[in-house]
Design a protein around this ligand. Structure first.
Ligand SMILES: NC(=O)c1ccc[n+]([C@@H]2O[C@H](COP(=O)([O-])OP(=O)(O)OC[C@H]3O[C@@H](n4cnc5c(N)ncnc54)[C@H](OP(=O)(O)O)[C@@H]3O)[C@@H](O)[C@H]2O)c1
Length: 228
């Protein structure tokens, strides 16, 4: 039984990760950004397994308040899941630049800032892990067009996590970006390949099997190594 933090847990993959970890008997600290906890999460409360905290991942005060609220809690797994697809206009000839910057703030910068803010809690774990939900849409090895803001934010967070993995190796902290599959959520849409249950089951299984040798690698939800 471990203690897991999942960001962006109000819906989609984050919510299903919360349900899956709870079903496995873990303690889960789930974060949401709305002023009040969403009913999707409050419905899951009832035992002392689940704690809910507000967290706007781009707001430094919100991050500080969240970290402070954890007091001396240890974190075994941090899942940086919160993310956005980016602005409606993100082609090379029609770019919403402000929206691109916001996409970077949420998808690329926040996972690093949050991981650092929670570092002292991760260090209290015997086997700390940081999984950042990235996307194969950011893989440099895949040739595909469009979605400049989203793709670049995920390519960048992959590099951020690869560097962080090297820097946190001495601390014994495993760091991996993960492609969750193309998942039926508000973001992925109804035509996506897999359900949230399939994705979350795979990610939870992966988080349980990762060793220090895996740190700094890019994985798929199925536990396979993904080409950068
Ligand atoms: N679905 C896919 O096919 C797919 C594929 C590859 C990668 N991913 C990645 O998987 C992760 C989850 O995606 P999803 O499909 O579950 O998306 P989703 O259904 O749109 O859910 C996104 C979650 O992130 C939260 N969030 C967004 N911006 C935030 C912010 N600034 N601060 C705090 N929370 C914020 C949302 O909170 P609110 O409810 O308050 O908006 C929501 O809980 C994302 O990183 C995404 O890029 C998804």
């Amino acid at each position: 039984m471990g203690t897991i933090v999942v960001t962006g847990a109000s819906r989609g993959i984050g919510l299903e990760l919360v349900k899956t970890y709870l079903a496995k008997g873990d303690k889960v600290i789930a974060t949401y950004r709305s002023p009040e906890p969403p009913s999707t999460l409050t419905l899951l409360q009832g035992t002392n397994q689940l704690t809910l905290h507000p967290l706007e991942v781009t707001d430094s005060q919100s991050i500080e308040a969240f970290a402070a609220s954890l007091e001396d809690t240890h974190i075994d797994v941090l899942v940086n899941n919160a993310g956005i697809i980016g602005p409606d206009h993100q082609s090379y000839s029609d770019m919403d630049v402000q929206g691109w910057k916001q996409t970077f703030e949420i998808n690329t910068i926040a996972p690093l800032i949050i991981t650092n803010a929670l570092l002292s809690h991760l260090k209290k774990s015997r086997s700390p892990k940081v999984l950042t939900i990235s996307s194969q849409m950011g893989a440099l090895s895949r040739e595909s067009i469009g979605m400049f803001a989203y793709r670049s934010s995920k390519a960048a967070v992959n590099k951020v996590m690869q560097v962080l993995a090297l820097e946190l190796k001495a601390e014994g902290i495993i760091v991996c970006p993960v492609h969750p599959g193309w998942v039926k959520t508000d973001m992925g849409g109804d035509e996506a390949d897999i359900t949230v249950q399939e994705s979350a089951e795979g990610i939870v299984k992966l988080s349980q099997s990762l060793t220090m040798n895996d740190s700094g690698k890019f994985f798929t939800w199925e536990g396979h190594e993904h080409a950068w």
